[in-house]
Design a protein around this ligand. Structure first.
Ligand SMILES: Nc1ncnc2c1ncn2[C@@H]1O[C@H](COP(=O)(O)OP(=O)(O)OP(=O)(O)O)[C@@H](O)[C@H]1O
Length: 247
């Protein structure tokens, strides 16, 4: 077994004009772990995700993936390496089935050779169905994606990331806009995905719900990680209450 984090963002600094959105934050994403990044508005959570995916270039600090320094690689290259970010409103082909939408996620990454197409297609369909089962969406596999609710679209996107062989999945407020029951379903799916060996990291405000599902938590304030550890301990930490009360 390889130890050490799958991904590490180390002492990241990022400024916008005079504002230090990130001020030396260090976080790790471990394979098999569901990691939470919490913190009040403006503490730098989204900026951190943008730096990890390469959409924003850090002013200082480094990013390692499987021990390799990827601090200066392009976003598409990071994606190709297996670092995938999901979006608030996933784009789907409305009239295609849920299963076909998941399969399309893979085809964007690799096109099977024509002579191997049938075999490749069957394998892909199996893989896509397995992913749908894992995120609890298999019962909808043949429905048009346009029929899915907002929460179910997020599950679909997660299944897509899985079949595209994401090794790190980053999510910015996955629970936003979902009712508590759906949010719980999504977090349970994220946990199941992590347990398959993927490193999952979510930025989230819905701490009440997320806490039951995550393995490790970081709490950010003013661009720094100020508390980290087991989720229950992090949220009992006096500094966390102080930061939220101070808002
Ligand atoms: N492109 C940008 N240009 C200028 N300032 C920015 C930019 N992006 C973020 N900021 C600022 O950087 C700080 C950190 O923002 P960020 O969005 O990372 O925080 P956050 O913790 O994700 O907040 P929220 O929970 O509200 O999404 C904020 O003060 C924000 O206004």
């Amino acid at each position: 077994m390889k130890s050490g984090p799958l991904l590490k963002a180390e002492r990241i600094v990022k400024s916008f004009g005079g504002l230090r959105a990130l001020d030396g934050a260090t976080v790790e994403v471990r394979a098999g772990f569901f990691t939470l990044v919490a913190g009040p508005n403006g503490s730098g959570k989204t900026t951190l995700i943008n730096v990890i995916t390469g959409v924003l270039r850090q002013d200082g600090g480094r990013i390692f993936y499987k021990g390799r320094d990827i601090s200066h690689t392009a976003p598409f290259e990071r994606r190709r390496l297996g670092i995938v970010r999901t979006f608030q409103t996933p784009r789907v082909a409305q009239r295609l089935s849920v299963l076909d939408n998941v399969i399309m996620g893979v085809l964007q990454r690799e096109t099977p050779k024509w002579w191997g197409w049938r075999e490749a297609e069957r394998k892909l369909a199996d893989k896509a169905y397995e992913a749908l089962k894992l995120v609890n969406l298999a019962h909808m596999w043949d429905r048009p994606a346009g029929e899915l609710s907002g929460g179910q679209l997020k599950l679909l996107e997660l299944a897509r990331a899985l079949v595209a062989e994401a090794e790190v999945i980053l999510l910015d407020e996955p629970g936003a806009g979902l009712n508590p029951a759906l949010a719980r379903e999504l977090f349970a799916a994220l946990r199941a995905v992590a347990q398959r060996g993927v490193g999952v990291m979510a930025v989230e405000h819905r701490l009440d719900i997320a806490l039951d599902y995550v393995d490790y938590a970081y709490f950010m304030h003013e661009g720094k990680v100020v508390v980290e550890g087991a989720p229950s301990e992090v949220f009992r930490h006096p500094l966390v209450a102080e930061v939220y009360l101070g808002q």
